[in-house]
Design a protein around this ligand. Structure first.
Ligand SMILES: Cc1cc2nc3c(=O)[nH]c(=O)nc-3n(C[C@H](O)[C@H](O)[C@H](O)COP(=O)(O)OP(=O)(O)OC[C@H]3O[C@@H](n4cnc5c(N)ncnc54)[C@H](O)[C@@H]3O)c2cc1C
Length: 402
């Protein structure tokens, strides 16, 4: 008799796990539980082309309509898993039902960090995590409207770029002294600040939002003691892992469900993958990644571990962000102590920042520079040592660096 698998969370990692498990010969029944109304879909377009209106909704879905039934996977949508009983190997659902499992995959992703200030609950305050959020925002996202964006990270800046393109009056409030400070180097932050200003976005750095005001709906944002009129507030101040279910079931959690390099939790029947996990990364430190790469690769490794062919997960993390006509691609994880090498001219809007650690490439941030990103990613994986002058020399093509 084949083993049964239950997956909690119908997102990027879940879709990949189903595909990989079937490819690896897992023959048992699979049940996928998702609390949203939709089968697994890709989130990255939500703050980019989908918000802009140039990306049809059907293209968001990771698999076709018949995929799940053909893959022998029952989809339970609009349904939450509310408890896990590890002794009985059961999952309780929001509709009161109980499902038994032989193996369980937790792929619960993250939830948005909420703004906590007076007025934060007023109608007109939006977040962007799922299709329903974009639908709600889309209804008011119109030319001429004033939007105040709280948080100068990827999501906030992607929405700023779309807003500017669609003729909204956009102001970004960022408490730190530069944009995307957690994720990119100073030259890249500065470049993006200049680009946003060029496209008419107003940037308020070192400016935390203190309150949102309005009678019955958003009318203004108060930041740094100044009142800024606004019709819409979009909050993008980060996410928190959905690990409460795992913690309640007694699994180790530390800002994410703790897994090993095979996506196993401490319970041999339970695995976890994607944004909800914390694992030991290729650099030997515990890390929680929030990106498509990790959701896909960790799900593949979870599938391999479930069919008893474990393979150590040590892929180079990668990420991208689209703002205006600029494609930012990042591979590896930079540290403030890295030696930075600039390749290309920032003014040409096509350049890369390499991060060298002990002489080897540890990370690359590439702006409209696909060869730098692709070769850089290879150099990181191979741990290649390379002279900074060589990396900076545009007369040497990237493919000769590898
Ligand atoms: C607007 C936006 C833009 C992004 N852009 C990029 C980008 O450009 N590049 C990039 O690499 N990454 C990007 N990301 C991040 C990327 O989408 C995530 O890393 C990825 O979706 C993680 O996949 P996951 O399967 O771990 O989680 P998710 O895709 O978040 O799926 C988890 C699902 O589980 C559900 N769930 C949680 N708890 C339960 C429960 N108890 N019962 C049932 N269901 C539950 C959640 O509602 C959700 O549907 C973006 C994310 C957002 C929101």
């Amino acid at each position: 008799m084949s083993e049964s698998l239950v997956i909690i969370g119908a997102g990027q990692a879940a879709a990949q796990a189903i595909q990989s498990l079937r490819a690896e010969g897992f023959a048992g029944p699979i049940t996928l539980i998702g609390d949203e109304a939709y089968a697994p879909y890709q989130r990255p377009p939500l703050s980019k082309a989908y918000l802009l209106g140039s990306f049809a909704r059907e293209r968001l879905f990771l698999k076709g309509d018949h995929y799940y039934s053909e893959a022998g996977c029952e989809l339970l949508l609009n349904t939450s898993a509310t408890a896990i009983d590890r002794a009985k190997k059961t999952v309780t659902l929001s509709d009161g039902r109980t499902l038994s499992y032989d193996k369980l995959l937790l792929a619960t992703g993250t939830k948005v960090r909420k703004l906590r200030c007076p007025g934060a609950e007023l109608p007109g305050v939006h977040y962007l995590r799922d299709i329903a959020d974009v639908d709600g925002l889309q209804a008011v996202f119109q030319a001429g409207k004033r939007i105040a964006i709280v948080g100068g990270g990827y999501i906030g800046l992607e929405v700023a770029a779309v807003g500017a393109k669609r003729g909204l009056d956009v102001t970004v409030f960022e408490a730190m002294d530069r944009l995307m400070a957690r994720a990119v180097s100073v030259p890249v932050s500065d470049f993006y600040a200049a680009e946003h200003e060029k496209f008419g976005v107003k940037l308020k750095l070192r400016t935390g939002v203190e309150a949102i005001e309005g009678s019955g709906k958003v009318e203004a944002v108060v930041a740094g003691g100044v009142r800024y009129p606004a019709n819409i507030v979009l909050v993008g101040i980060g996410v928190l892992p959905n690990d409460a279910l795992a913690r309640a079931a007694g699994l180790a959690c530390e800002d994410g469900i703790v897994v090993d390099q095979n996506a196993r939790t401490g319970d041999p029947a339970i695995f976890a993958a994607g944004d909800c996990t914390r694992h030991i990364g290729r650099e030997g430190t515990a890390i929680r990644l929030e990106c498509v790469q990790n959701a896909i690769d960790q799900a593949k490794h979870a599938a391999l571990a479930m069919v008893e062919r474990p393979k150590t997960y040590s892929e180079v993390p990668w990420f991208w962000s689209d703002q205006y006509d600029l494609k930012l691609q990042i591979a590896g994880l930079a540290r403030p102590s890295d030696h930075i090498v600039l390749r290309g001219d920032v003014a040409s809007r096509k350049f890369a920042v390499f991060h060298l650690r002990d002489g080897a490439v540890a990370a690359v941030e590439a702006v409209n520079a696909a060869p730098e990103y692709l070769v850089g990613k290879k150099l990181i994986a191979q741990g290649t040592k390379i002279a900074p002058e060589k990396l900076a020399d545009l007369s040497i093509p990237m493919k000769q660096m590898a």
